[in-house]
Write a protein that binds this ligand. Sequence first.
Ligand SMILES: *Cc1c(COP(=O)(O)O)cnc(C)c1O
Length: 358
Amino acid sequence: MSEPNDWLRPEIAALAPYQVADARGLIKLDAMENPHAFPEHLLDRWLESLRAVELNRYPAADAPELKAALRRVNGLGHDVGILLGNGSDEILQMLMLALAKPGACVLTPEPGFAMFRLISRATGLGYHPVPLGPDFQLDLNAMLAAIEVQQPALVLIAQPNNPTGNAFDTADLRAVVKAAPGLVVIDEAYYPFAEQHCLDWLGEYDNLLVMRTLSKLGLASLRLGWLMGPKRWLDALEPLRLPYNINGLTQASASFALSHYDDFMAQAAMIREQRARMADALAAMPGVEVFPSQANFLLVRFDGVDPADVHAALKEAGILVKNLSAAHPDLSGCLRLTVGTAAENASLISALRDILQG
Ligand SMILES: *Cc1c(COP(=O)(O)O)cnc(C)c1O
């Protein structure tokens, strides 16, 4: 019998697959999806646009229409290059494969995005987490010291951060970009919900790349992420993109959606408004601490009650959220609540009141 572990790279053998909870029949507030359906008034025109997709042919290899649409909505100049990924996860994988020289490492603040660790392990890169400071802000001195010692090939920072939800101080981010000897990727997955972004820094630094995705904007099922930055970097990474990685249905659907970008940003605005209401309602509950968020979720800490019990009781009440209390020492007592529709959030708040009073 062939034993997988005799042949697998040891770092692969040590990996566990990314776990996705079964959400059937539950109000789904665990994965930062946009709770709103595709805009009703666009549905027929979107479906009509799919008629033109020839499923017997390979899709456009370079996705020129889609890239043009991304250039338009992001306001990109022609000196900025774009790399497309099947979700930003795939972009992270391409980046890390490209940089995984022997001894090379990724440096990133923690608590942070779980995929940063998983993909760096899978690609054989070293992984150096740097603990966040007070208020989940960057500990700038610790970051700069670690950069100095580790000389990371790649610094990864999600802005706003997942799972903490806050945005980092932009002066700190600039200091990190300046100090980093290699690439810095700022992951702006939550840009539709944030008050600031770093896209207009692109002309200023030759080692900065900004990554975005459609996943949090109501189009998670399409799996489309894109990386922006200096052309020479994007050209160097392009050979790692497998041919046709963006399928024809995604190219057509994303191009269509981006030509109606305002409708999706309007959904994001509703989510931001709901986030504020939800934060107020949660903050009014005794024993609940709500952390400031510029994303489409709220991190909350429970005092005097086991978050695993709250998580289980919410599930019993038909609501799925994410228990992060064991994910990182700084997250003990914490659940992450994705902002849903007004009705979903009302169900969550009322269920939580019952649970905490019970
Ligand atoms: C949700 C999320 C993404 C999205 O990944 P996709 O593969 O594009 O769906 C990327 N980065 C962070 C930090 C996220 O939280």
